[in-house]
Design a protein around this ligand. Structure first.
Ligand code: GLU
Length: 391
């Protein structure tokens, strides 16, 4: 007898979270497992943020609900942050605080999609977007990219995928899983195309400050003049090493934020009050830890890229942002495994390294390796993978 609903039975669990859960289990069993799985910085949350949260715990005010869209001082700080890093002026009322950027993704799809609306999703894409689109009744239309184009879409490829039902585009720069970063000109061309065709853009900017060749990734909203149909998504998880605190946000026109907030007021109410104070401390406090972490990620990026590229048969584009490499490993597989899913399982079971197969991002033949882990771990893990592929 059917038990779970049809809608939910069709949603696979998050592969990125699944692989890290599996790595944790194996470690708990005493195995030496190295994780290149979920993209989660290995640094502690900055001390001043933890101290602010500890203080907030002892204030009885913070044991209560906040407005479902979040604390006003936090919304104001986020609005300033959007001006500083995305380059667009927004009012605090155009900001909604969410339970991590992940929930902002769901809220944004729920606020913008009607059943049958098509969503252009450049592929490879993060595992969670199709689930959010599906649950909102939308239809995912993958827009394939090529390794030769550094996994970026352009106006021609988007135009080929556009139909009368196209409602929105998911624009992610820096990209998870490829690390691709769109230049201002590339982003502007895509923004102009979206504006001309009355297509909404959800811009996921969670890795915006983790770029290695520019200070910040250009925001499509800022570089497209007089374009209003955008929603920006961001959060404190990656830049401040605050993955577990679950504070993200969505920013957009008031009518869309109001709709999303109505939804949120029923679904979850407010984000954890203490965690909102921690996020406020992160945004308002010293920013030197962000730069220190970025420098460490850059060193790890170079190390990981050189070790991956040294494996015979592997092709890898240099990532410009985020903290992933996404090599094509078909040449290195030499027909020994049926799929990269199988290969990822073998790498975990036999080499003790957790990583995510390309299938989870819509592109078989690749593996995603997160370098948000220490250099010694990267060296040990890559040696194991290299040995396994060389056998
Ligand atoms: N976004 C990160 C990743 O892709 C963290 C896990 C998740 O939320 O999917 O690994």
């Amino acid at each position: 007898m059917k038990r779970a609903s049809y809608r939910l039975s069709n949603i696979p669990p998050s592969a990125t979270l699944g692989i890290s859960a599996r790595a944790r289990e194996l470690r708990a069993e005493g195995l030496d497992v190295i994780s290149f799985g979920a993209g989660e910085p290995d640094f502690a949350t900055p001390e001043h943020v933890v101290a602010a949260a500890a203080r907030a715990c002892y204030d009885r005010e913070n044991h209560k609900y906040t407005a479902s869209a979040g604390l006003r001082p936090l919304r104001e700080a986020i609005a300033e942050d959007v001006g500083r890093y995305s380059g667009v002026e927004v009012d605090w009322s155009e900001v909604m605080v969410t339970n991590g950027a992940k929930q902002a993704v769901f809220q944004a799809f729920a606020a913008l999609l009607d059943p049958g609306d098509e969503v252009l999703l450049p592929s490879p894409h993060w595992v969670t977007y199709p689930a959010g689109i599906d649950l909102a009744g939308g239809v995912t239309v993958s827009v394939p990219t090529r390794i030769e184009d550094e996994f970026k879409v352009d106006v021609e490829s988007l135009e080929r995928a556009r139909t009368d039902r196209t409602r929105l585009l998911v624009f992610v720069s820096p990209s998870n899983p490829t690390g691709a970063v769109y230049t201002q000109e590339e982003a502007r061309a895509i923004g102009e195309w979206a504006k001309a065709n009355d297509i909404w853009v959800i811009a996921d900017e969670i890795y915006q400050r983790l770029t290695y060749f520019t200070d910040v990734a250009p925001s499509i909203a800022a570089v497209t003049p007089r374009f209003d149909n955008w929603v920006l998504i961001n959060g404190v998880a990656k830049s401040y090493s605050m993955t577990g605190w679950r504070v993200g946000w969505m920013v957009g026109p008031s009518d869309i934020i109001d709709a999303a907030n109505s939804h949120q007021s029923h679904a979850t109410g407010n984000v954890d009050n203490v965690a909102q104070h921690a996020a406020l401390a992160a945004l308002r406090g010293p920013q030197d830890t962000v730069d220190e972490m970025r420098q460490a990620f850059d060193n790890r990026r170079k190390l990981m890229l050189s070790l991956v590229s040294n494996i015979p048969g592997v092709r890898c584009v240099e990532p410009q942002g985020a903290f992933y490499v996404f090599p094509d490993v078909t040449g290195a597989m030499r027909g020994r495994w049926d799929s990269t899913s199988d290969l990822a399982t073998v790498i975990l079971e036999e080499a003790g390294v957790a990583l995510v197969p390309g299938e989870s991002f819509g592109v078989p033949g690749h593996l995603r390796l997160s370098y948000a882990t220490g250099e010694t771990e990267i060296e040990r893990g890559m040696e194991r993978i290299g040995d396994l592929l060389a056998d």
